[in-house]
Design a protein around this ligand. Structure first.
Ligand code: SF4
Length: 291
């Protein structure tokens, strides 16, 4: 197999159903950002047609400039005070029973934006009881105080992406991000009793040995849910793809991760951290063992 040419299975389908456009209108009318758009996610047609989206709070400009990410970098505007309420209303209109919320990294804010995450979770729980909330958080610069602020609001899943293996970190220009700090955040969150989740991008040049070690490191923190997806280059100035993995290879890596004791793993070329997040949560071991 040619490992450098973009293969067929990465072709995403274009949106066509009404539900896609309904979701677009709801988000636009409330001036909300999504990581689906900002990261140019290939699944946007599929997810929005299923009436799911991942809310991007705290603006759409990131204070870090990781070499793999498509989100615009620069100096962000002050957060929108009304954004948490707007997110709640959009969730209500979309009829979501499982909401996924992420943010850009806000190193410019004293709490890294943790207070906005907490307020958004509180408002969802107060106004839409029964709605489950997954938060995909930045590393908050390693602040345990910020992490606790989010956890005390009671998210159902605490997601933080490790993204890649230790040796790839310097190559992908992750200013301010640290492999071990991210592991520590996940360890602390699990220690406080949270269900933790993480994600890895494959295809940045990692070796099979380092990928195994990274999954072992994640599992060792108590992380229970894992996503594995193909890294895709989102622009000419982004880090190039070193290798495309086949769907069969993703399946082998899923089996390996499950053998380490993860409750559930979703793995495939187009899998992203928030892809089918609700299904991943409900098909996890915790639920399988109850049926
Ligand atoms: S996978 Fe996540 S980011 Fe991509 S379109 Fe679906 S919900 Fe949005």
């Amino acid at each position: 197999m040619n490992h450098s040419k973009k293969p067929e299975w990465l072709k995403a389908r274009l949106p066509s159903r009404d539900t896609y456009f309904q979701v677009a209108r709801i988000l636009e009318s409330r001036c909300l950002n999504t990581i689906c758009q900002s990261a140019r996610c290939p699944n946007i047609g599929e997810c929005w047609e299923r009436r799911t989206a991942t809310f991007l709070i705290l603006g759409n400009v990131c204070t870090r400039s990781c070499g793999f990410c498509a989100v615009p970098k620069g100096r962000p505007l002050p957060p929108d005070e009304h954004e948490p309420e707007a997110v709640v209303e959009a969730i209500r209109q979309m009829g979501l029973r499982y909401a996924v919320i992420t943010s850009v990294t806000r190193d410019d804010l004293p709490d890294g934006g943790a207070g906005y995450f907490a307020r958004t979770i509180h408002l969802i729980k107060e106004n839409l009881p029964g709605t489950l909330v997954e938060v995909l958080i930045p590393d908050f610069g390693g602040s345990e105080e910020a992490l606790l602020q989010v956890l005390e609001a009671g998210p159902d899943v605490l997601n933080h992406n490790l993204e890649t293996t230790l040796e790839i970190y310097p190559r992908i220009n992750r200013p301010g991000a640290h492999y071990f700090r991210s592991l520590e955040l996940l360890r602390k969150a699990a220690g406080y009793g949270a269900i933790t989740k993480s994600g890895l991008m494959l295809g940045l040049g990692e070796t099979p040995e380092s990928l195994k070690k990274t999954m072992q490191d994640l599992r060792e923190t108590g992380c229970r849910l894992l996503t594995l997806g193909q890294y895709l280059q989102a622009g000419r100035d982004r880090v190039p793809v070193e290798r495309y993995y086949s769907p069969e290879e993703f399946s082998v890596w899923r089996d390996y991760a499950l053998s380490l004791g993860f409750d559930e793993v979703v793995s495939g070329p187009l899998v992203r951290s928030s892809y089918q997040a609700e299904n991943l949560y409900f098909s996890s071991h915790r639920f399988r063992s109850q049926t």
